[in-house]
Design a protein around this ligand. Structure first.
Ligand code: PLP
Length: 391
């Protein structure tokens, strides 16, 4: 039927593939249906619940009669104010709630909106390798010129700005950075953020820091907006997905100067019609939680991290114990051809799925990533299975 009508998708469909995890989850489901007791240690999908007061607020507000209509395109004032207070309290950054923050349905949608708001077809976009795959996909969909920059273990997984400056950067519009970094767990310091802001200003490149992991296993959460003058050239994406165990709720934010926020809003307001009000009110409650919330969440991740380190040791993988965020990233032994081989060996050998680093770019091909979003009992079980397989 399709062939008879000869309907072809747009060319851009050919530039991107279905998201790796979207495909992998289908394969894992198929294996489960065949009776395999699959353990998925791949995805950073928090299994712990949001705070009870957040759930109570959602329930209460959902029962109110007048909370079910379309909401404002810029988010309700209560949420924007809560986001602004959160930035002040935890990052010591002043954000005008009226026009310097835009609530998003998760930070992932912000990646597409920002790309569409700033990048013309053919413009250059700097994307980290290894890095979160969505930066590259959004650039491809927008028909941008993708310029991968390498992150290297020997440079603490930070870009080599001097090397980048050897290239012609005149047509480059946007640079994606992500600290605390996923997948490598590397952190950035003030000096790095200062250098990257100066780099953006010198070359007229908008710097976007994607910052969903700053509260996970990180003693001092940082925002790029702490740097003087950052707001002029930078945008920060932030999210409640990981920090508040609310990944399925889809609540994030973009923070920048009022003009940049307006550009992003021009795209976004043509795409959706606002978020469910009870969800926004409950998200505002989540942002008001005290430091004990983050401490409780991190206490659990710390215990899981010990188990994941033990699994990495069994696999003879090398890792930095200082990593931040909700994953452990580790270098595979030389005897493996690449991380896909190790991942397949474990999946088909003992029904445990570990993310191969190549999905984050070719610089990740000698690394694997294990998520801390698996409870301790299951991690123990995975450890025992891997031990048995190895013996
Ligand atoms: C680096 C990075 N950015 C963004 C996201 C998306 O987060 P959100 O749930 O806020 O869309 C993820 C999710 O895994 C991520 O790892």
């Amino acid at each position: 039927m399709q062939n008879e009508l000869n309907i072809q998708p747009a060319n851009r469909i050919g530039t991107v593939e279905e998201y790796y995890f979207s495909v992998k989850i289908k394969e894992l489901d198929k294996l489960r249906k065949e009776g395999k007791p699959i353990i998925n240690m791949g995805i950073g999908n928090p299994d712990l619940p949001p705070a009870p007061q957040v759930l109570a607020e959602l329930n209460k507000q959902s029962s109110a009669e007048n909370n079910h209509g379309y909401q404002s395109y810029v988010g309700i004032p209560e949420l924007r104010e809560a986001m602004s207070r959160w930035y002040q309290k935890h990052y010591n950054v002043a954000i005008n709630p009226a026009n310097e923050v835009l609530p998003l349905m998760g930070s992932k949608e912000g990646i597409m909106h920002i790309t569409l708001a700033f990048v013309n077809p053919g413009d250059g976009v700097l994307v980290p390798n290894p890095g979160y795959p969505t930066y590259a996909s959004a650039s491809k969909i927008a028909e941008a010129r993708l310029i991968h920059y390498d992150l290297d273990e020997n440079n603490n997984w930070q870009p080599n700005l001097e090397a980048l400056e050897q290239q012609d950067l005149s047509q480059v519009k946007l640079m994606w950075i992500n600290y605390p970094n996923m997948p490598t767990g590397a952190n950035a310091d003030v000096k790095f953020f200062e250098r990257i802001i100066a780099f953006g200003k010198k070359h007229n490149i908008v710097i976007v820091n994607d910052n969903p992991y700053s509260f996970i296993l990180n003693d001092a959460p940082q925002s790029i907006m702490e740097i003087k003058g950052a707001k002029d050239i930078a945008i920060e994406l932030n999210s409640l997905s990981k920090s508040h165990n609310m990944a399925g709720w889809r609540v994030g934010m973009a923070v920048s100067n009022a003009e940049f926020i307006q550009y992003i809003l021009r795209v976004k307001s043509n795409m959706d019609s606002g978020m469910f009000k009870p969800l926004q009110l409950a998200a505002a409650k989540a942002l008001e939680l005290g430091t004990e919330w983050y401490e409780t969440v991190n206490a659990e991740y710390k215990k899981r991290r010990v188990l994941v380190h033990e699994i990495m040791d069994l696999l003879e993988c090398k890792y930095d114990i200082e990593q931040t965020g909700m994953f452990i990233w580790a270098r595979i032994p030389e005897r493996y051809q690449d991380s896909g081989q190790l991942s397949d060996e474990i999946l088909y050998g003992c029904d445990v799925f570990i993310t191969p680093g190549f999905i984050f770019g070719d610089k990740g091909k000698r690394y694997i990533r294990i998520s801390l979003c698996t409870n301790q009992t299951t991690l123990e079980e995975a450890k025992q299975r891997i031990k048995t397989l190895k013996n």
